[in-house]
Design a protein around this ligand. Structure first.
Ligand code: ADP
Ligand code: MG
Length: 697
């Protein structure tokens, strides 16, 4: 149970003073989750990313162009709009003139705010227009009393459409007022050495900065919070790990006969990295330690075979294995790969998803419970309450970052001493692997299976789309299959969908019934049918939103077109491109972009053209964008950080790791006074799942 001391932080943001129902909804959209509204805590941890310094108070003639200034002016003349133009107010001081410009403004309001002949303070971005200084829509128009109340440095928050800065600032201030005094959870010596203030004082300063340096990510207020977050994360990981170790494993012995039979079926040899991974996993399985291993390998690196060999090992040792994938499409695909190989080796395999007929599901449940079934492949349907295994020995979790901690552990909890193999196709740079996976053991497939042809990658301006379509026509005549990916339109799944539908319509004008469409809002069965048509070659151009991102395998597809490539992150582009180049034919990837491109977008497309090495791409991504986006944190439900930035705070991460280790060594149950305080920290950063393990253990 969460200590009641923290209750005010977990109250919904709409309950804060000054937050009405409309603002409440906007805050939910910005800071809430699908299953919960925004809370006061979310507002507090939504740190301003920038600030406006209103302390610059120059004379008009000295106001720097292109910067925000706060100026004392006399209102000299009102010029209401003639016909359509803006409303202009001419102002002056002893050094020069400044025009205030208002578009579509209410003239009554302007006359009242800027009375003729009076003196006012105006604050905003000073620009030069036709050699005259002007401010378009001043941020502030104040009299002397108003100026006295103006915060010298104003925080700037990430917003969502319809949510105005001042409303946001007010809500954040309301949340700050609710923050109760909390006991200190950081070590006093460390805090003193770093010059840190308390959690509350640091938050307060970030939301009410006195100088722009106050909110710098390298500054003491920010680093204090970043360290809090990193420490909570490290503690969470270590508590999970500790439980895995307490729950002893069971040696699963195999002489590799089954695996050898499967290997004999394969039309290829394992790569060196695959062999190494299989050996590492077999050693874990055979030992009496519990396995908690992450198999990381780029798209197409051949993780599925490795997983299958691990499962064969476990079956040979007399137990069952389960593979859980995040989507229906992926589960079906794994099943299609695994079933024939496993059956040829006399293993029984079934598929279980949320869409099974009741009779099918019953039969599978019975076979799992009786032990008749060796291997089951499925979606999170596998962790439902009525699923029971006779003797589950291995849980394989594909695309593990798409599951919550809870779901990940739940599959392992369906048996005794279950070994866990997690897989991810998102290459994690080494600097991040430590943070994200803590003490998980790591096997890496870096080497690609042989015979892969490099993917010819080009960036093409969307103005040349006609040439691209003509090129597709030629390729289709030669038998090619094509993915055409439409981008996420910001903030709206509907317009996202519309874009894909429009594109499919366009392409049908040229290619008729050869064009298929798959998007995230389709029913599961329709989605599978569309994928299936493409996979059989009934359709040969598949227009898709990013639903095809993960794992889909159609080796005949050789062309990938990505529309508005500039809107995708580097890692995502890499994943998408990985859908082609899976067979032995030459593949290409066309990155259609709408110019002009910014520096970062240009660099991203350039890196993609240069390399297909997912690890290198991940490092570059980190360098270009900072840690937050590497895993597409929000989209994929990855264990992202709200505050800490690993491109800047790598040292803090190491320190947090040491601190967590030291703390748990002396107080493994977090029962001491400081341990109790650290529990609060775990709740604040939502790593409290780990606390449940303490009680359960
Ligand atoms: P991923 O790591 O993305 O899950 P898959 O396991 O789907 O990759 O493998 C991609 C493709 O490569 C599959 O068609 C698989 O049969 C093939 N493959 C796997 N290992 C090898 C290998 N050692 N040599 C040749 N092809 C391989
Ligand atoms: Mg895969």
């Amino acid at each position: 149970m969460r200590p009641s001391l923290l209750d005010p932080l977990f109250a919904s943001a709409s309950a804060l003073p000054g937050v009405g129902p409309k603002t409440g909804k906007l805050l939910d959209r910005l800071l809430g989750d699908a299953d919960r509204p925004a809370r006061a805590l979310d507002l507090l941890l939504h740190i301003p990313f920038s600030c406006i310094d209103r302390r610059n108070r120059p004379k008009i003639a000295e106001a720097p162009i292109g910067a925000v200034s706060t100026l004392k002016v006399r209102v000299a003349e009102h010029r209401p709009p003639r016909a359509k133009g803006p409303y202009r107010v001419l102002t002056e001081d002893e050094t020069g003139d400044l025009t205030l410009v208002f578009f579509r403004a209410n003239s009554g309001w302007i006359e009242k705010a800027l009375p003729l002949g009076e003196t006012r303070w105006v604050s905003g971005l000073v620009e030069l227009y036709d050699a005259y200084r002007q401010i378009v829509h001043p941020d502030r128009i104040l009299d002397e009393a108003g100026l006295a109340a103006l915060p010298p440095v104003e925080p700037v928050y990430g917003l969502t459409e319809g949510l105005f800065p001042r409303v946001m600032a007010k809500a954040a201030a309301g949340a700050l007022d609710r923050l109760p005094p909390l006991p200190e959870w950081q070590d006093g010596k460390l805090s003193r050495a770093m010059g840190w203030e308390s959690f509350g004082a640091s938050l307060a300063r970030l939301h009410r900065p006195q100088t722009p340096q106050d909110i710098a990510p390298e500054g003491k207020f920010f680093t204090r919070l970043a360290f809090d977050e990193l420490l909570s994360h490290q503690l969470g990981l270590r508590l999970v790990r500790a439980r895995m170790q307490v729950l002893r494993g069971r040696p699963q012995k195999s002489d590799g006969a089954l695996a050898a039979r499967i290997l004999g079926q394969l039309p290829f040899d394992l790569t060196g990295d695959q062999k190494k991974a299989v050996a590492e996993i077999s050693a874990d399985l055979a030992s009496d330690k519990r396995m908690l291993r992450l198999l990381q390998g780029d798209v197409g690196s051949g993780k599925t075979v490795v997983a299958l060999l691990a499962m064969a090992h476990v079956v040979e040792a007399g137990r069952q294995a389960a593979l859980m994938a995040p989507t229906e499409i992926l589960a079906r695909q794994h099943f299609a790969t695994i079933a024939p190989l496993a059956r040829a080796a006399n293993l029984s395999v079934a598929l279980m998803t949320g869409r099974d007929k009741a009779s099918e599901r019953r039969a599978t449940l019975e076979a799992l419970a009786s032990g008749a079934l060796d291997i089951v492949v499925g979606t999170h349907a596998l962790v439902q309450d009525d699923v029971a295994f006779a003797r589950l020995g291995l849980a394989v979790i594909d695309e593990q970052h798409r599951f919550g901690v809870h779901q990940r552990l739940a599959l392992g909890d369906k048996g005794e001493a279950v070994d866990v193999l997690a897989m991810t196709a998102t290459p994690i740079p080494r600097t991040l692997a430590l943070a994200f996976f803590g003490d998980m053991d790591l096997s890496t497939l870096r080497e690609k299976p042989p015979g892969r042809q490099p993917i010819d990658t080009r960036a093409v301006n969307v103005e040349r789309i006609d040439e691209v379509v003509a090129g597709l026509a030629r390729a289709l005549r030669a038998g090619a299959r094509v993915y055409w990916v439409c981008p996420l339109v910001e903030g709206s799944e509907d317009s996202d969908l519309a874009a894909a539908q429009d594109r499919a319509e366009d392409l049908r004008k040229f290619f008729g019934a050869e064009v298929g469409l798959v998007h995230g809002q389709m029913k599961g069965r329709d989605k599978d049918a569309a994928m299936e048509d493409f996979s059989r070659g009934a359709t040969r151009i598949l227009v898709a939103t990013t639903v095809i991102e993960v794992g889909v395998n159609v080796p005949e597809a050789t062309i990938m077109v990505i529309e508005h490539a500039e809107r995708f992150g580097l890692a995502q582009l890499h994943q998408l491109r990985g859908r082609v180049g899976r067979g032995d034919r030459k593949s290409s990837c066309i990155l259609l972009y709408a110019g002009p491109l910014g520096e970062t977008a240009k660099a991203r497309l350039e890196i993609l053209r240069e390399t297909e090495d997912g690890f290198r791409i991940a490092e570059e991504d980190l360098r270009l964008r900072g840690e937050g986006d590497v895993l597409g944190a929000k989209q994929s439900g990855a264990p992202g950080f709200k505050i800490a930035r690993l491109d800047l705070h790598a040292d803090l991460l190491r320190a947090a790791r040491d601190e967590a280790e030291k703390m748990l060594a002396s107080d493994p149950e977090l029962t001491s006074e400081r341990g109790q305080s650290l529990r609060l920290l775990l709740y604040i950063f939502e790593r409290d799942q780990a606390l449940k393990l303490l009680r359960a253990g």
